[in-house]
Design a protein around this ligand. Structure first.
Ligand code: ZN
Length: 208
C-alpha cells in the first residue's frame, strides 16, 4: 500500500487526540515505514504548511487541522460501513478502511453518512464529528469506580482484540481497578488489562 498525505494527517491526528503529542518515530512505527521515509514526508507536510515541527514536537497548522478533521470524519464513517456491511471484525476495521476512506469524499461521503443513519460514532466510540467536545476521562487519570466504556481513541489492534474477546465494546459498564501500575477494566465477562502506554487513549464516561 502506498501512503499518501491523508494517511499521515490521520496518524498525526490520532496521536495528538489520544496522547497530546507525536514524534517522527511514532509516525514511522504506526505506518510501518522507516524513520527516514517518515522524516522526508513530514518535511513535505511542513513545506505545504500543514504541520509545524518544533524540535521533536509536531503540531497542525490551522489548515492542516481542518484537512485532518475532514479525513478523520470520513475514516470513522467508513469504519461504520466496513463493520456493518462488510462484516469486518471490530479490531480490524481501522486498518481495513485505510484504503476505503479515500473513495468516500465530498458528496459520496455525505451520502454514505446519510444512508448509514448519521452514526454519531465509529465502532470504537470515536465521534464522527471530530471537533465535538467530549465528556470523558482517560483510564490513566480516572479514579477507581464504575463507568461506561466510552471510546478507544488510539485504535491499536491488540488492545481492541482483547476488549472484543470480553465483549467490552463502547457502552459496556466496567469497573476500573488500579493495582499499582496495573490498570484493569473488570466486566461481567472477565478482566482486561489496559497497557500503561495506551491508558490515555481509553476513555470512560460517568454512568448517567
Ligand atoms: Zn474507529
Amino acid at each position: 500500500m502506498s501512503l499518501n498525505r491523508e494517511d499521515y494527517l490521520l496518524v498525526i491526528w490520532e496521536f495528538l487526540e489520544s496522547f497530546g503529542s507525536i514524534t517522527e518515530k511514532e509516525i514511522a512505527d504506526r505506518l510501518k515505514i522507516s524513520p527516514p521515509t517518515a522524516h522526508e514526508y513530514l518535511q513535505k507536510l511542513t513545506e505545504s504548511k500543514l504541520i509545524i515541527k518544533n524540535r521533536g514536537d509536531i503540531k497542525f497548522t490551522p489548515e492542516g487541522h481542518e484537512q485532518a478533521s475532514a479525513l478523520v470524519r470520513m475514516h470513522r464513517i467508513s469504519e461504520v460501513f466496513a463493520y456493518r456491511f462488510l462484516e469486518i471484525p471490530w479490531e480490524d476495521t481501522h486498518a481495513s478502511v485505510m484504503e476505503l476512506e479515500h473513495l468516500f469524499k465530498g458528496e459520496r461521503g455525505d451520502k454514505l453518512f446519510k444512508n448509514l443513519g448519521y452514526p454519531s460514532t465509529c465502532p470504537h466510540g470515536n465521534p464522527t464529528d471530530p471537533l465535538k467536545p467530549e465528556q470523558e476521562m482517560a483510564v490513566a487519570f480516572a479514579p477507581e469506580d464504575r463507568y461506561i466504556l466510552k471510546r478507544i481513541s488510539f485504535e491499536e489492534k491488540n488492545l481492541l482484540k482483547a476488549l472484543a474477546a470480553y465483549s467490552c465494546l463502547p457502552g459496556t459498564e466496567v469497573d476500573l481497578i488500579k493495582d499499582g501500575t496495573n490498570l484493569i477494566l473488570s466486566t461481567e465477562n472477565g478482566e482486561i488489562r489496559i497497557p500503561e502506554n495506551l491508558s490515555l487513549s481509553v476513555r470512560l464516561s460517568r454512568i448517567p
